[in-house]
Design a protein around this ligand. Structure first.
Ligand code: FES
Length: 249
């Protein structure tokens, strides 16, 4: 039997490639989107005001925790949870490893020289994703409560543009969270035979639902990211009197 050996592919020099397509457009757009969101959300979180307008509460400040014991913006008390969930998300890792750290920036393109040592040192943080999932699931419930409360104005039941903004925000956040790989593992992982397990049919149904959301996880990640920033901006502008909220009901 002849012995065959496979040589390791030579490492391409940084940013060199034989690709002829516009491979750089994806990483540049991703980097621009991520930087824009981080800059805006950090600024908005530190403001500590204009986070409420009528029955609308900015998702950056929900659940609202107030008290004299906390001298800073209330957003800083809760943003660690959704922030940690997103930073450790399997999709976002790919997005920022490629677009911000260039390790490598795209398939078939030379990346920044580095020594891969597995998920050790600071990368151990990534393993916390499965734990960030629990506060993220709680946040889905809280944001739906906020969306329902957005129907109750001082003069009674109603609906404005802000109501729709908050309902869509809860829906997009739910789509992103329900497609999480860690959730998929939680509900259906390490099972070889659903019908042999207690609540097997229910777990199979849950696994199928999570798989459905998981299939387009990247799309949910971007829509929910954009919309949560937009929801804060909209409520901020209404609260400042720069934009008037239109009431349909
Ligand atoms: S893998 Fe993206 S939210 Fe869990």
């Amino acid at each position: 039997m002849s012995e065959t050996t496979t040589a390791a592919p030579a490492r391409l020099p940084f940013l060199e490639t034989e690709r002829l397509d516009n491979w750089w457009s994806g990483p540049i757009a991703t980097a621009a989107g991520l930087i824009l969101f981080v800059v805006y959300s950090t600024w908005a979180a530190f403001q500590g005001d204009h986070y409420m307008a009528g029955p609308y509460l900015s998702p950056f400040y929900s659940p609202l925790i107030l008290g004299d014991w906390w001298p800073l913006s209330p957003a800083l008390l809760i943003l660690w949870a959704p922030g940690g969930f997103r930073v450790t998300c399997y999709y976002y890792r790919k997005a920022y490893y490629r677009s911000l750290f260039l390790t490598p920036p795209a398939c078939g393109v030379g990346g920044k020289p580095q020594r891969y040592r597995g998920e050790r040192a600071i990368l151990l943080f990534q393993n916390l994703h499965r734990y960030f999932l629990y506060p993220a699931l709680a946040l889905v419930v809280i944001l739906w409560i906020d969306a329902i409360e957005a129907f109750f104005f001082q003069d009674g039941f109603g609906m404005g543009v802000g109501t729709i903004v908050l309902v869509l925000n809860a829906f997009f956040l739910m789509g992103f969270t329900f497609g999480c790989n860690s959730l998929r593992h939680l509900v259906g992982g390490n099972i070889d035979c659903y019908s042999c397990k207690t609540l097997g049919n229910q777990r199979y149904g849950a696994w199928r639902m999570v798989s459905m959301f998981n299939q387009h996880h990247m799309v949910w990640a971007w829509i929910s990211l954009f919309w949560v920033g937009f929801a804060d901006l909209y409520i901020r502008l209404v609260s400042m009197g720069i934009v008037g909220d239109v009431r349909f009901l």
